[in-house]
Design a protein around this ligand. Structure first.
Ligand code: FAD
Length: 387
């Protein structure tokens, strides 16, 4: 066992664990970040080149957290000297008389987020090569855009190390002994710390079971689909094509989202916001493609400039909570163990603000945002008895 006692050990070096470790190190805490795979890797939820960043949410608390997150991303960009964000705007479409679109619109306007509501007759002038469904409204969250995910993750890990933080990768955690000084055992060593933060993404419940806790989390595989432009450049980021979210549609209950062609020239990323359950250790044994069939129908109807057969399909995973809100909380039995989990396919954009909140929780400070929507106690299922 290493003789050093860290202030904090963070388990899991995805975006949430890396941001949490960074805020600890920035505040002079001796911090160890443990990762089961050799970095970088594509086995969790934070890999890939791009993610959407937006304030368009149906809940005010996410808008307020995003106000902070945008500032923190800008600070990280400056500190790292790497461009991590590209403003494209986010087109939001959904039934004018539906459940979701009017709520997103109200929340954006109430929070004075710079928003342009598009009239149906001017839609195609602003958004070429896209058919707005009948009965749908459309608006643009103008500050939204693309985050360069892989670059962001690598930059934050580098900043963490430059602040004295230690990353040990290829170190799968296999045991946790809680206590005022907790011991974490990995495949090749044992480490001690006064506090632990568990940010294990799709493996959250595997890790939490080592502490006697189980959360109602479901891991699903997402087919990340890229679609070829029939005319090169039609949906290109250089031509200021926006990101988009289609809320409920005739093809699907869940939303469909897209990012302009950018990381793979000539290919636009369009995905369905749900997938089928999988085991994170055997992700690609899940081969269901019903989401791709939904996307094909949507693309054929609404995006006539794309070939309606995916050119490239990659894999990623979501870890869903029953209400799609995150888990940011202390362990119910061990206060010096803090949990960040269940990011439900929309957590990347919040990385820095989540890192800051988990740092605040693990150092006993009042969190800078209301964390009541993220408490473990909201789940009906009682936590399994502690060890
Ligand atoms: C296809 C797709 C599109 C998405 N689009 C968006 C978007 O547009 N905008 C947005 O905001 N969000 C988006 N998300 C969601 C976002 O990417 C995730 O919410 C976020 O990456 C979750 O990060 P994490 O750190 O919780 O998990 P992960 O990135 O999975 O990190 C957890 C880490 O813990 C490690 N670990 C697990 N068990 C152990 C162990 N025993 N020992 C050591 N290490 C361990 C894992 O190996 C992993 O590296 C998307 C996700 C996907 C899959």
């Amino acid at each position: 066992m290493s003789s050093q006692v860290y202030d904090c050990i963070v388990i899991g070096a995805g975006i949430q664990g890396s941001c949490t470790a960074y805020y600890h190190a920035k505040n002079n805490k001796k911090t160890l970040l443990l990762e089961q795979f050799i970095l970088p890797h594509s086995r969790g939820s934070s890999h890939g080149q791009t993610r959407i960043i937006r304030k368009a949410y149906p809940q005010d608390f996410y808008v307020r957290m995003m106000e902070d997150s945008y500032k923190l991303w800008a600070e990280l960009e400056k500190e790292a000297g790497v461009k991590l964000y590209r403003r494209t705007g986010l087109l939001v479409m959904g039934a004018e008389n539906g459940q979701q679109y009017p709520r997103v619109k109200d929340v954006l306007l109430r929070n004075r987020v710079p928003t342009v509501v598009l009239k149906r007759e001017e839609f195609s002038q602003h958004v070429p090569n896209f058919n707005l469904s009948s009965g749908d409204g459309a608006l643009v969250d103008t500050t939204a855009g693309v985050l360069y995910a892989d670059k962001a993750l690598a930059s934050i890990q580098r900043l963490f190390q430059s602040l004295g933080g230690v990353i040990k990768d290829g170190q799968k955690v296999t045991g946790i002994t809680p206590g005022a000084v907790a011991t974490v055992t990995t495949v090749s060593g044992a480490y001690q710390a006064r506090s632990l933060v568990i940010t294990a993404g799709p493996w959250a419940n595997t890790l939490l079971s080592l502490t006697g806790l189980g959360l109602p989390l479901q891991v699903v595989k997402i087919n990340v689909c890229y679609w070829q432009e029939k005319v090169p450049g039609s949906y290109d980021v250089q031509k200021r094509f926006p990101c988009f979210i289609q809320l409920e549609s005739q093809e699907a209950d869940q939303h469909i989202y897209g990012l302009p062609s950018n990381e793979y020239p000539g290919l636009m990323k369009v995905c369905y916001h749900i997938g089928k359950e999988t085991d994170p250790d055997e992700r690609d044994r899940q081969t269901d493609q019903s989401d791709i069939a939904i996307l094909q129908r949507f693309i054929a109807r609404c995006m006539p400039g794309l070939v309606p057969v995916p050119a490239v399909v990659e894999s990623c995973m979501y870890t869903l909570t029953p209400d799609s809100d995150f888990v940011l909380d202390h362990h119910p039995t061990y206060r010096n163990i803090v949990i960040g989990a269940g990011f439900s396919g929309h957590g990347f954009k919040f990385g820095p603000v989540i890192g800051k909140i988990l740092y605040e929780l693990s150092t006993g400070q009042l969190p800078s945002h209301d964390v009541s929507p993220f408490k473990i106690s909201r789940f009906q299922t009682p936590a399994k008895s502690a060890l």
